[in-house]
Design a protein around this ligand. Sequence first.
Ligand SMILES: C[S@@+](CC[C@H](N)C(=O)[O-])C[C@H]1O[C@@H](n2cnc3c(N)ncnc32)[C@H](O)[C@@H]1O
Length: 238
Amino acid sequence: MEDKANIIEAFSELAPRYEQVVNSELNRFWGWSYTGFVNLLISSTPIHPQDIILDVATGTGVIPSLLEKGGHPHNQIHGLDITLSMLKHAKSRLGGQDGHVNQNLVCASAMEMPYANSSFSQVICGLATHHMDVNKLLHESYCILQSGGKLTIADVGGSEIMKFPGIKFLVRIFAFCYFLLFENKMRAWAESSAVSNVLSKEDWSLVLLKSGFRNIVIQKLSTRYFWVPAPLLIKAEK
Ligand SMILES: C[S@@+](CC[C@H](N)C(=O)[O-])C[C@H]1O[C@@H](n2cnc3c(N)ncnc32)[C@H](O)[C@@H]1O
């Protein structure tokens, strides 16, 4: 099955129980709670009152909702996701059809964002880059950001151990078996295919520079086990 269709199918099935499942997965592998992780992403994003923010792969809208409640009610906040069922949950979380973020939710791929150049001053993305072609994501993000605009990402990163030949393949097999056992076949395909998109801290620096970003700061976050690819917090500027 094509990756995109597979991702949509996996997240459509996951949507009703998304936060609960992700919370237990982050906890199991990284020792992070889901809210702790997204709160760290938000608190690392330097938001000014006039910022226009896009949350890429917004899922069930947890990040926009925390932004709204957490002292940024006047910012224009947009959310984009490829899975309609995830966005339906975002709509109910964000206060019905009339909520201002609700009117800014778009079902589309981050590989082809439906926004004019220089539309945003902040682009955020949590727990989703591993499902994407990172070069395309960065190209699209660069285009839609205003000059001086900020990009903040928090997601899994590749560990040093993954550079050894065959290790990525083993991680892929592990991911497939784990998600097949604890979740289902769609999720197993989606998460095991995603392993090839996972970049190390050094690789992130290179692709960000190649895409035109500057002032790049990448921080490795804590993880529970040395053999589990650790999360990264990535900040860059156009
Ligand atoms: C693990 S969830 C993260 C959701 C949210 N950012 C959060 O922190 O809870 C991954 C999300 O990425 C979305 N996604 C995957 N590939 C995408 C793409 N190419 N464009 C837009 N969204 C995508 C999925 O539909 C899913 O909602």
